[in-house]
Design a protein around this ligand. Sequence first.
Ligand SMILES: Cc1cc2nc3c(=O)[nH]c(=O)nc-3n(C[C@H](O)[C@H](O)[C@H](O)COP(=O)(O)OP(=O)(O)OC[C@H]3O[C@@H](n4cnc5c(N)ncnc54)[C@H](O)[C@@H]3O)c2cc1C
Length: 360
Amino acid sequence: MDVAVREVEVAVVGAGQAGLSAGYFLRRSGLAPGAGFVVLDHSPGPGGAWQYRWPSLTYGKAHRVHELPGMPLGYADPDRPSAEVVGDYFARYEREFDLRVRRPVDVAAVREGDGGRLRVETDAGVWSARALINATGTWDRPFLPYYPGQETFLGRQLHTAGYRGAAEFAGRHVVVVGGGTSAVQLLMELADVARTTWVTRRPPVFRSGPFDEEWGREAVASVERRVRQGLPPQSVVSVTGLAATEAVRQAEERGILRREEMFDRITPHGVAWADGRTLETDVILWATGFRAALDHLAPLRLREPGGGIAVEGTRVLKDPRVHLVGYGPSASTIGANRAGRTAVREVRALLDEHRLQAVR
Ligand SMILES: Cc1cc2nc3c(=O)[nH]c(=O)nc-3n(C[C@H](O)[C@H](O)[C@H](O)COP(=O)(O)OP(=O)(O)OC[C@H]3O[C@@H](n4cnc5c(N)ncnc54)[C@H](O)[C@@H]3O)c2cc1C
């Protein structure tokens, strides 16, 4: 075996909400950082994807950030950027539970290793693990659909992942594409300084009822059914609808949320519909979501013909050594917490079974 390979029982990839929750439960189950488990993350600091959220996404504007297991977030100024609030909280959390996250460490590939282990290849060396808890989120894979003429556009195109605030769009015309929460939030911000047009593929559905537990359960169950069948998880909004908050109601009254049908092609100076209508614009802002960042798992060939990875709870059906947390039904702060606990329970059972086999 390669001398540089470090052996651990469990490797956790990603230190966002899901990865830290997994780290917490691994620690509670008696494993220690080092020989027991390692948490690897390629971002520069604590906070998971929250560290990249645009500064105008203040803590007060975030949907609801559930606390990590075992430690309250405490009071946070609603006007402070979520990136800072969550970044500070995660940093405290990592220290409190001594999770020793190794960063920046980029996991390039996970493949079959020796003796039934998984080989985790990174830019900081190789780890060999009996089990893998994958918590890599979606931020690293912004999704941009293709429309004919896209490459001819002379204005600026960007994805929400690259948005830093409305100021730089002052006096411009911005076409915002997408029917999710980010699109709605950005339209409301941009409308104060820019002219906006909103285009979506399907008419957006605003939900006025309470976002209560029953609603949450229904949404999660629906995504769960899909991933169990090996289909790619759909966006949360397609299941839940958009929140009709007071701010949304006011924006509707001001005409900010008037939606146009999706355009059919992009021209050098704007967008065009098949019926001959055209619209000039300076900027196209793609608020078209993200996909699960799972490319590093490709060597394990976990994908199903449906295009997704079939998962029962958090366990990958094709390979019970691998758990996906923060994926599909657990892609929310509360879901990520629970997924961490579920994955650790199952991974511990797998390790115990392995130990029993070794002594027999
Ligand atoms: C704009 C936006 C706003 C949101 N607001 C809310 C909200 O208000 N409430 C809510 O519940 N949910 C919200 N969500 C959903 C949110 O993403 C999840 O709730 C949760 O924060 C995701 O946690 P995670 O641990 O799964 O992923 P992330 O926070 O994305 O963490 C993944 C980590 O994995 C690391 N990583 C990725 N690939 C690799 C690799 N190959 N090697 C090493 N490290 C890697 C990344 O550096 C990152 O730190 C929002 C999502 C977006 C995009």
